[in-house]
Write a protein that binds this ligand. Structure first.
Ligand SMILES: Cc1cc2nc3c(=O)[nH]c(=O)nc-3n(C[C@H](O)[C@H](O)[C@H](O)COP(=O)(O)O)c2cc1C
Length: 152
């Protein structure tokens, strides 16, 4: 993972005024996926994402994944094409996908693992910081989906 300052210089504040794709999906973890598997996913993601200008979070818990990806539209599309084929999860459902000129919501995180019980705090903090309506909508949608997942 790049140090936050360097990462921000490359992909954070410097993309002001550029088109960013936000893609948020949820999926079911495959049988046998454990903490070790998730660590491997994060290690791969941090290397790949930092090279391709992608930032975001991966929420893991209760047999589900939620992932927020943001970056140049082509890079996000290419990555999502790989992720969708990954046998470590299935039933990948896109919750939101939009292209907007905006600042990154998770500009310091090339892919941060957030445990399910810490996600509300992360999303609330992000909601307090984002300025554009599309990001606010996406964050609220993710919160609602997480609430539904909690309630079975
Ligand atoms: C839930 C989940 C999230 C993932 N997120 C990323 C990611 O953000 N970046 C990444 O490079 N790989 C991610 N991966 C791994 C990719 O699906 C894939 O294994 C990786 O890009 C290596 O691809 P390859 O096996 O074709 O070389 C994720 C996998 C899963 C199951």
């Amino acid at each position: 993972m790049l140090p936050p300052d360097r990462f921000n210089d490359e992909f954070g504040s410097s993309d002001d005024g550029q088109l960013l794709r936000t893609l948020v999906y949820c999926s079911s973890a495959a049988t046998g996926v454990d903490a070790g598997t998730v660590s491997q996913i994060i290690a791969t993601a941090q290397t790949y994402n930092s090279r391709h200008g992608i930032t975001g979070i991966l929420v893991s818990g209760g047999g589900l994944f939620f992932q927020w990806l943001e970056g140049p539209p082509d890079s996000v599309a290419t990555l999502m094409g790989r992720i969708i084929l990954d046998s470590r999860h299935n039933t990948v459902v896109t919750l939101t996908e939009s292209d907007d000129v905006r600042e990154r919501v998770f500009g310091q995180w090339d892919m941060e693992l957030v445990p399910a019980d810490g996600i509300r705090e992360v999303l609330n903090d992000a909601l307090g910081e984002v300025k554009d309506a599309a990001s606010k909508r996406a964050l609220r949608l993710l919160m609602r989906k997480l609430d539904n997942a909690d309630n079975g």
